[in-house]
Design a protein around this ligand. Structure first.
Ligand code: GLN
Length: 456
């Protein structure tokens, strides 16, 4: 359902219905908790006329790495299992100010480390189209909540693809905005230089509305941009580039065909489509898996068993307290990234890995800049395959990392990128198409996607 369908009903009706569907679809493992008490209370306040706004009485869910009132904020980790947030994320505050009502917390890979939601400490989320398959990740629970029509929109975070990839696997729209568009305040930090806050919706207009409401400067996040969503100019050149590096034979044929079909639809609407070259895209994954763990390692240092989060029992020394608390609180994938991050930042390797990766990142940004001198938008697949089977890749972290090959470039460059539904595979699995725009063209990207809905 669309957001506008909800605006016709009372908030209480909307919230009750959403809770009911959520409970009936529990087997998908999309939600870690329902914030039922607070949601119903807020619905009553909305119905009593205490809130007016563009999302009056509209239910939504947030990825559980957002700090939110009404229940625990776990980041799907044992570390934060009983953590009750003392504040709420700016993004949620802004939506609530417009009358929206958060009804639950969605599943994710613990601390957002992963691409399938199988790294959650509380069990995986299942794909909305085939419960034998993964939801994608790390924002798998949010994507599936929208795909199952529990709510019309959901919030997620995207550091290297965590909104776009699950959107693609579940046939919904997913938006990763320009870095700094939405405040990261109150969201558990993963890799601070690429963490972005975005959303999932059933259509591009709803996604654009939600983004517009969340976007803007926040005194609590110094990296937020002063960019007016509503005033972003539309695309005028009508030129689209299909990224050559995203269309190699490593990519599933049906996935490539979805991008080709989308490109043909754009041509039918008067867009000129060229194949374009982005050579540094081939190094983006390597950059990402050096820079991201370095930042992860720094951000996760705060979980020491002392300040907050899980605290181990039966320890005798401070070192043991740190070690045991972290050992028990983190998942294997979290630990792997802490180890890689510590390695790439260590004195003998800093220049060879971290510094080199940052230099390569600058080259990638330059290549994107050159392309956007001539093109409005670049397109390609989101992920190399449709949703894979649960358990299929869990034994092989490298295989999991390789699935991020087409989402890492926009993350490394801080560019806006969205995933839009591009049809179904022969097996009936959704395939997404990725649209990447220049800085601060987020609104225009969604406008283009909206125009293509029903055509592509
Ligand atoms: N799949 C990517 C990873 O494992 C993306 C994670 C994210 O964007 N939070 O790092």
């Amino acid at each position: 359902m669309k957001i506008s369908d909800y605006l016709q009903n009372s908030a209480t009706e909307n919230v009750q219905k959403a809770l009911e569907i959520a409970k009936s679809k529990q087997d998908f493992g999309a939600l870690l908790s329902l914030t039922e008490g607070r949601a119903l209370e807020r619905a009553r306040a909305v119905d009593a006329g205490e809130f007016e706004g563009r999302l009056k009485g509209v239910p939504f869910v947030v990825k559980d790495n957002f700090l939110a009132y009404g229940g625990p904020s776990t980041a799907a980790s044992k570390m934060l299992e009983s953590f009750s947030a003392p504040l709420q994320a700016t993004a949620i505050e802004r939506l609530e100010a417009e009358g929206a009502i958060c009804i639950g917390k969605a599943n994710l890979d613990a601390f957002a480390h992963g691409g399938s939601t199988e790294n959650s400490a509380y069990g995986p989320t299942k794909n909305a189209f085939d419960p034998q398959r993964v939801a994608g990740g790390s924002s798998g629970g949010s994507a599936v909540s929208v795909a199952l029509d529990i709510v019309p929109f959901a919030l997620g975070s995207d550091t290297g693809g965590s909104i776009r990839q699950p959107a693609s696997f579940n046939g919904v729209v997913g938006v990763k905005p320009t870095y700094g568009t939405v405040s990261r305040y109150g969201v558990v930090a993963m890799a601070s230089s690429t963490d972005t806050i975005g959303c999932f919706a059933n259509n591009s207009d709803d996604a654009s509305l939600v983004m517009e409401i969340m976007a803007g400067v926040d005194v609590n996040d110094m990296t937020t941009l002063d960019h007016s969503w509503a005033d972003t100019p539309s695309f005028t050149r009508k030129r689209v580039g299909v990224v050559k590096q995203f269309m190699t034979s490593d990519v599933d044929e049906e996935v490539r065909q979805a991008t080709i079909r989308y490109a043909e639809s754009l041509e039918s609407q008067g867009y000129a489509v060229d194949e374009v070259d982005l050579p540094m895209a081939d190094y983006s994954l390597a950059m990402y898996y050096i820079i991201m763990p370095a930042e992860v390692m720094s951000n996760l240092a705060r979980y020491d068993g002392v300040h907050y989060g899980h605290r181990a029992d039966n320890v005798t020394t401070l070192a043991e307290l740190y070690g045991k608390s972290r050992d028990e609180g983190f998942e294997a994938e979290n630990k792997r990234r802490i180890m890689i991050g510590s390695f790439v930042l260590s004195s003998g390797y800093f220049d060879a890995y971290y510094l080199k990766a940052q230099k390569a990142r600058t080259l990638l940004i330059d290549e994107f800049k050159k392309l956007f001198e001539n093109y409005d938008v670049l397109i390609g697949p989101v992920a190399p395959t449709p949703a894979f089977r649960l358990g299929e890749n869990t034994q092989d972290p490298i295989k999991m990392y390789l699935a991020d090959v087409m989402t890492a470039p926009a993350s490394m460059a801080g560019l806006p990128a969205i995933s839009v539904p591009g049809g179904l595979s022969n097996e009936g699995l959704p395939i997404g198409v990725q649209l990447i725009g220049n800085y601060k063209t987020d609104r225009a990207l969604l406008e283009l996607a909206s125009q293509m809905e029903g055509i592509a």
